[in-house]
Ligand binder design. Structure first.
Ligand SMILES: Cc1ncc(COP(=O)(O)O)c(C=O)c1O
Length: 395
């Protein structure tokens, strides 16, 4: 960029960016949020300071639980839930095979086995009707996931858990702000976990939050995230095997500022979802996600599904063609039970969860973030339709 003035080069790059690429996801950070982070950097408290307490209190208030414990990722949050609930070697936890890998690996980190129950083909969440047959004397908990932000079926999962005296660990990493029958996601489980990776509704860069109404469970998580220290012990006394899963005040300052505009963020994402729904509704080659009557979905991603007549190879070709046209798309999610680590450890195989496998072969995650414009959304839809025409004409 020799000889090009800096401001001009930035404008040039931004224009080039917006013309050439439509991203799968983009964080949305305001100047006020950058200022909030800088203010922490100018303070003496970079970790375990006032911003941690403020973030935890404001998060618990927003969701409506007694306690919130901030951690450095959704994964470490889920893992700490296992430990706090005493889940360990020889135990089983029932979860969905159609999710991000951490829902299952957090169970394994505690030494327990993830036992999968297939999904409902419409909601894409664990099918409550398939859970009971998976319960054994080793089952300690159910870990439902509100996949892509959809809370459908969560109440049914909780009543099965109650019936069998099982704990519920809600993996709410994708569903900040979602509600079922007017009750917020994160308040259904014994414990629940949210994630703040940059593609989430709000971000802290990296981060997560554990929620619970149980003080003992929350206190245990506070100790476990901080090297096994207890409230009443000094800095170099470690009561139990702990970890460093702390979330710094720098991250928390960003989280507080982002959370303060969560309803605006949700409204923007709802608008993008609505544009997609309207623009793709008439295409019978696709199933487009809709919001069930009893659900308030906080949109995490927008995942469409190809009709049954498309093969997995055709889906992959569509992903490739979209990327060639500078539109980033994703294959959310490959079946968890078929991940190499699961096959090797537990011997899961193709055919074990046919609905998950069939859905996984046909999903396409479209670009989705707060500031995606109507024109960009239209461009994605137009391009997708052209690519579908091309793929079908090649058959
Ligand atoms: C359903 C689900 N569970 C767990 C996680 C893990 O969160 P993190 O990436 O913050 O560890 C994610 C993150 O993408 C997720 O989508």
């Amino acid at each position: 960029m020799m000889g090009v003035p800096r401001a001009a080069s930035i404008v040039h790059r931004l224009r080039w960016d917006s013309l050439m690429q439509i991203y799968l996801s983009r964080p949305n950070i305001t100047e006020k949020e950058i200022e909030a982070v800088c203010a922490v950097l100018r303070s003496p408290n970079l970790s375990l300071g006032p911003k941690l307490i403020e973030f935890e209190l404001s998060f618990a208030k927003y969701i409506g639980t007694k306690r919130a414990v901030a951690v450095n990722s959704g994964t470490s949050g889920l893992f700490l839930c296992m430990l706090a609930l005493g889940i360990s070697q020889g135990d089983e936890v029932i979860t969905s095979p159609f999710t991000f890998i951490a829902s299952a690996t957090s169970i394994m980190m505690a030494g327990a086995k993830p036992v999968f129950a297939d999904i409902d083909p419409v909601t894409l969440n664990i099918d409550p009707a398939k859970i009971e047959s998976k319960i054994t004397e080793k089952t300690k908990a159910i870990l439902p996931v509100e996949v892509f932000g959809n809370p459908a079926g969560l109440d049914k999962v909780c009543s099965i858990a109650q019936q069998y005296n099982l704990k519920v660990i809600e993996d709410s990493c994708e569903a900040l702000g979602s509600a079922l029958h007017g009750k917020k996601v994160g308040t259904f489980g014994t414990m629940s976990v949210f994630g703040f990776y940059p593609n989430k509704q709000i971000t802290t860069g990296e981060g997560g939050m554990i929620l619970t109404d149980d003080d003992n469970l929350a206190d245990m998580c506070v100790s476990l995230r901080n090297q096994g220290r207890d409230k009443d012990t000094d800095w170099l006394t470690h009561k139990r095997l702990g970890y460093n899963f702390r979330l710094s005040d720098i991250n928390c300052a960003l989280g507080i500022a982002q959370l303060s505009r969560i309803e605006l963020i949700r409204a923007k994402r709802r608008q993008v979802a609505k544009w997609y729904q309207e623009m793709l509704a008439d295409d019978d080659r696709l199933t487009v996600p809709v919001e069930p009557d009893d659900c308030d979905i906080s949109w995490f991603v927008f995942v469409v599904r190809l009709a049954e007549r498309f093969s997995a190879q055709q889906r992959d070709k569509i992903l490739e063609e979209m990327k060639h046209r500078d539109i980033q798309v994703g294959n959310y999610f490959p079946p968890v039970h078929l991940q190499p680590v699961m096959v090797e450890r537990f011997g899961y195989k193709r055919g074990d969860f046919p609905i998950t496998e069939s859905v996984s072969e046909r999903t396409i995650a479209l670009p989705f973030y707060n500031d995606l414009t109507k024109d960009q959304t239209a461009m994605v839809c137009r391009t997708l339709k052209e690519v579908l025409d091309k793929i079908l004409s090649a058959v």
